[in-house]
Design a protein around this ligand. Structure first.
Ligand code: NAD
Ligand code: DAU
Length: 371
C-alpha cells in the first residue's frame, strides 16, 4: 500500500460499495484491489455471469464476512432497488457491460440491453435510493467507460482529451457512448454525484481468452495461428489492469462529481509490434512450445469491419488534478501477465469451451489467411 493510500485508509469512513461486473476481467481485479485496501468496507458484487463472468475470479473472497456475491442482471430494477436498500449502498462502481467489439458486430442486441438499458436502470434505481437517503453528498456513482467513444485518431492527431467530441464507430462503442451520456445527464439534471472514466485498452490477469493479448498467449501455447487483423498497423494505448484499478480508486476518493477523467498508459503500440513482443516473451518464458520461434504462427486475416485505426489517451487531468500515474511499464506489465497465464492454466483451459469454439469459428473460421 502506498503512503497516500495508507493515509486515506486511516482517515476515511468505511464505504458500502456495489461493484457491478465484478466477476469480469477489470471488475474482478477491482474487487480484489478494493477488498485488499479497504478491509472495513462492505463489498457487494452484482454480476449476471455471462460468458465473460467467472465466479472463480473471486474464489478467495467467498465466505468473508464483508463480501457478498449476487448473481443478477443490471436490467432487473426490482433486484437493484432491494440490494441498494438492504445493503445501504453509498457507492456504485459500475463495470458490468458487454465489452467485446467483435461480439458487438456479430450481435449488437445484448450491447444495447446491458450497456444502455442496464446503465439507465442502475442510475434510476440509485437516484431514488439517494433521494430516500436525503441526498448525502458522500454518495458516488462511478461509471467506467472506454476511450472507444471518441472514435479513431489519424496518425498526427493529438491524443483524446476529456473535451474530445464523441464519435463512436462500433455498436459496442455507440452503446458505451449512450451510457456515458446518461451518466452525465443524471448529474446535470438531478445532481446525482456521477463520475465518468474513459480508459484505454487494459491487459493483465483474468482477461478472457478472446481478447488480443490472452488470445495470442494461449494460441502460442497451443501452437495455433495468431490472427492479426488487416495490416496489423492499428494502434492501441495499453494500460496494466492494476494501474486502472488504482485510477478508479483515486477517482472514487478524490474525483469531482460531474467530471470525466481519461485514464491511459501512454503506451501506444501497433498491433503487429505488440504481437512480436508477446512472441519474444513467450519464447523466453514458456518452457515448452509447439512452435519456436512462435512468431512463425503470425497470420494476417481479414480486417474487423469498421476497425478503428488508432486510440491514444491524454491522461494529464488524472495526473495534475488527482496525482495518479501508472506504475507498470509495458515491458513489466506484459511479463507479469504472461507469467500469470503460464502459471494459471487451470483458470483459462476450462474457458476454451464449446461456446468459445463456436464463437471462434464464427469470427475466424470463414476468413482466409491473406499472407
Ligand atoms: P468483461 O467483459 O471482462 O466483464 C464484464 C462483466 O459484466 C462480466 O463479469 C459479465 O458477466 C458482467 N455482465 C455482463 N452483462 C451483465 C448484465 N446485464 N448484468 C450484470 N452483469 C453483467 O469486461 P471488462 O473488460 O472487465 O470491462 C469492464 C468495464 O470496463 C466495461 O464497462 C468496459 O466497457 C470498460 N472498459 C474495458 C476496457 C478493456 O480494455 N477491457 C478498457 C476500458 C474500459
Ligand atoms: O480501448 C478500450 C477497449 O479495448 C475496451 O473498451 C474494450 O472493452 C476492449 O475489448 C478493448 O477493445 P479492442 O477492440 O481494442 O480490444 P481487442 O483485444 O479485441 O483488440 C485489440 C486490437 O487487436 C484491435 O485493434 C483488434 C486487434 N485484434 C484483435 C483480436 C481479438 C487482432 O488483430 N486480432 C484478434 O484476433
Amino acid at each position: 500500500m502506498t503512503d497516500s493510500q495508507q493515509e486515506r485508509t486511516q482517515s476515511r469512513k468505511p464505504r458500502r460499495i456495489l461493484i457491478t461486473g465484478g466477476a469480469g476481467f477489470i471488475g474482478s481485479n477491482f474487487v480484489h484491489h478494493w477488498c485488499t485496501n479497504y478491509e472495513g468496507d462492505r463489498v457487494v458484487v452484482l454480476d449476471a455471469l455471462t460468458y465473460a463472468g467467472n465466479r472463480q475470479n473471486l474464489a478467495s473472497l467467498e465466505g468473508k464476512a464483508n463480501f457478498r456475491f449476487v448473481r443478477g442482471n443490471i436490467c432487473d430494477r426490482a433486484l437493484i432497488d432491494s440490494l441498494l436498500r438492504e445493503e445501504k449502498i453509498d457507492t456504485v462502481a459500475h463495470l458490468a457491460a458487454e465489452s467485446h467489439v467483435d461480439r458487438s458486430i456479430l450481435g449488437p442486441d445484448a450491447f444495447i440491453q446491458t450497456n444502455v438499458v442496464g446503465t439507465f436502470t442502475l442510475l434510476e434505481s440509485f437516484r431514488h435510493h439517494w433521494i430516500e437517503e436525503k441526498q448525502p453528498a458522500t454518495y458516488r456513482f462511478l461509471h467506467v467507460s472506454t476511450d472507444e467513444v471518441y472514435g479513431s485518431l489519424e496518425p498526427d492527431d493529438p491524443p483524446f482529451r476529456e473535451t474530445t467530441p464523441y464519435a463512436p464507430n462500433s455498436p459496442y462503442s455507440a452503446s458505451k457512448a449512450g451510457s456515458d451520456h446518461l451518466a452525465r445527464a443524471y448529474y446535470h439534471t438531478y445532481g446525482l454525484p456521477t463520475i465518468i472514466t474513459n480508459c484505454s485498452n487494459n491487459y493483465g490477469p483474468y482477461h478472457f481468452p478472446e481478447k488480443l493479448i490472452p488470445l495470442m498467449c494461449i494460441n502460442i501455447l497451443l501452437g495455433k495461428p495468431l490472427p492479426v487483423y488487416g495490416d496489423g498497423q492499428n494502434i492501441r494505448d495499453w494500460l496494466y489492469v492494476g494501474d486502472h484499478c488504482r485510477a478508479l480508486d483515486t477517482v472514487l476518493h478524490r474525483g469531482r462529481p460531474g467530471e470525466t477523467y481519461n485514464i491511459g498508459g501512454n503506451n501506444e503500440v501497433k498491433n503487429i509490434d505488440l504481437v512480436y513482443r508477446l512472441c519474444e516473451l513467450m519464447d523466453e518464458l514458456a518452457p515448452e512450445l509447439p512452435m519456436r520461434p512462435s512468431r512463425q504462427l503470425i497470420t494476417f486475416v481479414k480486417d474487423r469491419p469498421g476497425h478503428d485505426r488508432r486510440y491514444a489517451i491524454d491522461a494529464t487531468k488524472m495526473r495534475q488534478e488527482l496525482g495518479w500515474t501508472p506504475q507498470e511499464t509495458l515491458s513489466s506489465g506484459l511479463r507479469k501477465t504472461i507469467e500469470w497465464y503460464l502459471n494459471n492454466r487451470n483458470w483459462w483451459q476450462p474457458l476454451l469451451s464449446q461456446e468459445y469454439q463456436t464463437y471462434y469459428q464464427k469470427v475466424y473460421g470463414q476468413v482466409e489467411p491473406v499472407n
